[in-house]
Design a protein around this ligand. Sequence first.
Ligand SMILES: *Cc1c(COP(=O)(O)O)cnc(C)c1O
Length: 392
Amino acid sequence: MNYKNPDGNGYYGEFGGAFIPEMLYPNVEELQKSYIEIIESEDFRQEYEELLKNYVGRATPLYFSRNLSQKYRTKIYLKREDLNHTGAHKINNALGQVLLAKRLGKNRIIAETGAGQHGVATATACALLGLECIVYMGEVDIQRQAPNVARMKMLGAKVVPATSGSKTLKDAVNEALRDWINNPVTTHYVIGSVVGPHPFPDLVARFQSIISKEIKEQLLEQAGRENPDYVIACVGGGSNAAGTFYHFVNEADVRIIAAEAGGFGVDSGKSAATTFLGTLGVLHGSKSLVMQTPDGQVIEPHSISAGLDYPGIGPFHANLFMEKRAEFFSITDDEALRSAFELTKLEGIIPALESAHALAVLDKKEFDENDIVVICLSGRGDKDMETYLKNL
Ligand SMILES: *Cc1c(COP(=O)(O)O)cnc(C)c1O
């Protein structure tokens, strides 16, 4: 089975597709027809790759984590996405999509954001490339994430509160989709993860796939082989994980591990562990696993990390889960906090709370002494300092 690419209709196994209102057909079809040709053109690649190198700061280091390796008696490498401009992997996708939008003749960009990381990345790309930027954000999240709201405003973006439902991420996505329906000609919707109607899951995965491309090159140079024994990443919608797994999913010798946000625990009623709690459903334009009541009402997720606080999961990952190609762990808020403090103490790196969920897998799984374990450090912890200080 080819796990990497969806079929012509955007399906990974039984997951994916494009479930959208008729008003969005022209936009989505335009994208479906043109995205691969544009992003693989020489002209696009030159501009994108030059910006990734000199603006974003790629390649990000693959760091052999000596102290962590000693503690867990295995060989641990950290892929340092935290060192990207704006502090996380999100810029890889935001920059790619804004460049794509320009080539489609769009001059207005909309985006949704939860913690504000994707909003900041998109506002950054729009400032750089001279496009208007509107970011939808739940009213509750606007209050919780004041520093990122300030960054977006300084970057010239307009932040619009989503006031429906729980006033968080899923409501912001709904507002953004509504805007797109009303402005189909001028506007491109920069989705922030491997979710949404086809071709977004594939489009975003391709932009993030630079992560595993670099891991292969760097591991060959540092360890003498391209393939690690394990790759581990946290999953919210699943974009940093898709990028980390992309060039390994069809390599049978690489084991794949995804870390979901367990919140207070999967049975607590306050969790965001979608593969454990989800059932087949349609959310935000694609068929996937969704946390929902038997009659299809979306259940409010909970995670200590705003970036993982999402009731769905991208179809790419739902398929890896169903096919047992990836092993999924659910990590509680407390376990993530413990791992964040541990990495900080042992290596002098303060991780994002999201990334700390991936690190926490080290406590859940036995590795051999000679295993090479690559963990994606998706972002840095600056945005989480308030939470860390409360738990110090
Ligand atoms: C947004 C975010 C995530 C979760 O999003 P994915 O699409 O699942 O990668 C994880 N880590 C960081 C640092 C983020 O900002």
